[in-house]
Design a protein around this ligand. Structure first.
Ligand SMILES: NC(=O)c1ccc[n+]([C@@H]2O[C@H](COP(=O)([O-])OP(=O)(O)OC[C@H]3O[C@@H](n4cnc5c(N)ncnc54)[C@H](O)[C@@H]3O)[C@@H](O)[C@H]2O)c1
Length: 334
């Protein structure tokens, strides 16, 4: 196999981007696309000149499709992961696995012994800046890691319709940061304290019992500390920073701008372009690199880079955060 033939399920915001990336990637071919709303599938099928199938089973039954990328809504992920595994097709599935930890644990049990690769869509692990921070830590540049500080703020509130079904800020948004924390810390957090509120739109709390602004601290068994802060609306743009502080120094994976031009005049100095707008732009390379990692698992038999269990553990941290918000205390993480 020279190129991995991949089908995309779900052609919404992120699915269209994945389809374009698969089409562009030198080691993959976009086999076909499927969306329950055929208009979405047909739009991308016309743009990229690929088939759009009418029934998702056509993907699982087709021997000329090697692998599947799932970018349909979260409540469909477990079903499509299990169907891919049953059809012996490696699957790259968007985050989160599901919003219900019990369903995720049950699926985890059912999949025990499975050897078909399942990669989770925690794209930020593949961001060049965040990866460089991790490499720097592993190379010993900052000595022993003491603290990991993750700032993740969206440029604006999503739609009300999105918020109604998103499953809560910790499960929908912070899930990426929980994964980043585990990735950087290199060990599991054992204690968590979280606070959350709706400071941007109070109706998010009163009507949806959800939050738009939150802070978390966590500790690992060896005493490493991690802080995460999230906002659904930063007026200055998509704010994505990771700081690692250790016994010998610090590294920061910083925000990104389209270029580094600075303007100066009588009214301002060092005026720069705004940050790259949102996840599709900011993490463009990361999404492509996650496809490369998926391909390396399939073609070179490399271990899965972000496993089903990574997805499950991030959700366990989200559940523990909700528990802490409710109790107002530190919670142990099982
Ligand atoms: N990794 C990331 O950075 C990232 C970013 C955004 C979204 N996501 C995740 O990706 C998934 C999709 O999010 P989105 O923002 O693209 O949503 P979206 O609503 O824009 O797109 C989802 C698409 O799936 C289609 N769909 C619905 N049910 C389906 C089914 N049963 N089979 C096939 N297609 C179906 C819809 O018609 C829609 O076109 C979610 O799980 C979300 O959490 C991940």
């Amino acid at each position: 196999m020279n190129k991995v033939r991949i089908a995309v399920i779900g052609c919404g915001r992120i699915g269209q981007m994945h389809a374009r990336n698969i089409d562009l990637h030198e080691k993959t071919t976009l086999s076909c696309v499927y969306d329950v709303n055929s208009e979405f599938a047909e739009k991308i099928s016309r743009e990229l000149n690929v088939f759009s199938v009418q029934n998702v089973e056509e993907i699982f039954n087709n021997n000329e499709i090697d692998a599947v990328l799932v970018s349909s809504p979260t409540n469909t992920h477990i079903d499509f992961i299990e169907k891919s595994v049953a059809a012996k097709k490696p699957v790259l599935c968007e985050k989160p696995i599901d919003l219900d930890i019990d369903k995720v644990n049950q699926c985890y049990e059912r999949l025990k012994g499975n050897t078909i690769p399942i990669q989770l869509g925690f794209n930020r692990r593949f961001d060049p800046g965040h990866q460089a921070a991790k490499h720097s830590l592993m190379n010993g540049d900052i000595g022993e890691l003491h603290q990991c500080i993750i700032t993740s703020r969206d440029p604006g509130l999503p739609s009300w319709d999105y918020l109604k079904v998103a499953g809560g800020q910790f499960r929908d948004m912070t899930i990426h940061d929980f994964d980043m924390a585990r990735f950087m810390l290199g060990e599991e957090p054992v204690k968590i304290f979280a606070i959350s509120n709706a400071l941007i739109n109070p109706k998010i709390k009163s009507e949806l019992n959800d939050s738009d602004t939150l802070m978390i601290i966590m500790e690992t068994a060896s005493g490493k500390q991690c802080h995460i802060n999230n906002s659904r609306s930063a007026t200055y743009g998509y704010d994505q920073r990771v700081e690692l502080f250790g016994s010998k120094g610090m590294v920061i994976s910083d925000n990104r701008k389209p270029h580094e031009l600075k303007k100066y005049n009588s009214e301002y100095v060092e005026k720069q372009e705004p940050y790259l707008n949102f996840f599709i732009e900011r993490y463009q390379e990361a999404y492509m690199n996650s496809i490369t990692s998926f391909v390396e698992t399939i073609l070179e038999k490399k271990p899965v880079s972000v496993s089903f269990d990574d997805g499950r553990r991030a959700l366990i941290l989200a559940e523990a955060a909700y528990k802490s918000v409710k109790s107002g205390k530190f919670e142990n993480i099982n």
